[in-house]
Design a protein around this ligand. Structure first.
Ligand code: ZN
Length: 244
């Protein structure tokens, strides 16, 4: 069988045996892939040919799973970009881990998302670069929700269909899929009140922490569980690191 090739970001590395790892990658044309990397844990200080690091971008060669096998096999990995700059600041590092966790949790094997792949690489570059880090996180949350078909409706109340009047209290329900006005919110148990004025901004231009909290609330409901790195990211955004 001829190996297939793709560009991919490493999302997860799990030890499998003395010498092997299970590698979860998000690939441009193939989406989420879980592959066994034989020899990846070889006990040598020199990088093995298949040695990979978390959150790096590379050129992947792999054999898809055969028969009843759950895992394909990684046959080669050529590192292209390490996004080393994320390690110089906690917000950048946790932000990058959070972005990877979202993709691993909310996309499925065999379901390619080329636009989301581009958005992930763009976000990792922004977090590794010299520009502000904070705004790239709500932007990526929005990109991901759009890619998986859960973009919230922030235009009008999902019960009465009216745009909420300016200055009045507005609520958000993940189950309803977006906004609820003050008249309709009482019919919903699952909801949260939005900070005043938030909807007059957007995820890329508004207060990064308020947008991060809202979109993480929605993503948590969609996934059915909390994300491991969300609390750290929220706390670091609250401190105002890189908020400029
Ligand atoms: Zn309403």
């Amino acid at each position: 069988m001829t190996p297939q090739t793709d560009q991919a970001v490493v999302l997860r590395l799990t030890d499998y045996s003395e010498t092997s790892q299970i590698v979860t990658v998000f690939a441009a044309a193939h989406g989420l892939l879980r592959l066994i990397a034989k020899g990846a844990r070889r006990a040598t200080r020199k990088r093995a040919s298949t040695g990979l690091d978390l959150l790096e971008l590379g050129e992947l060669s792999f054999l898809p799973p055969r028969g009843d096998a759950q895992l394909g096999t990684l046959t080669d990995w050529l590192q292209q970009e390490t996004f080393g700059g994320v390690r110089r600041e906690l917000l950048r590092l946790y932000g990058a881990l959070y972005a990877g966790e979202l993709v691993a949790s909310l996309t499925e094997e065999g379901d390619p998302h080329p636009h989301l792949f581009d958005a992930l690489v763009r976000t990792l570059r922004a977090l590794a670069g010299d520009g502000p880090a904070a705004a790239s996180l709500p932007e990526f949350q929005s990109d991901l929700l759009r890619a998986i078909g859960y973009a919230p409706n922030l235009e009008h109340c999902l019960d009465c269909r009216r745009p909420p009047p300016r200055g009045s209290a507005v609520y958000f329900s993940s189950g309803a899929g977006g906004l609820l006005c003050r008249d309709c919110e009482r019919h919903h148990v699952e909801k949260r009140r939005l900070p005043t004025g938030l909807l007059e901004t957007g995820p890329q231009t508004g207060d990064p922490r308020a947008w991060f909290d809202l979109l993480d609330y929605h993503l948590t409901h969609v996934a059915g569980r909390r994300f491991k790195t969300a609390a750290q990211v929220a706390a670091l955004l609250a401190k105002g690191d890189s908020a400029a």
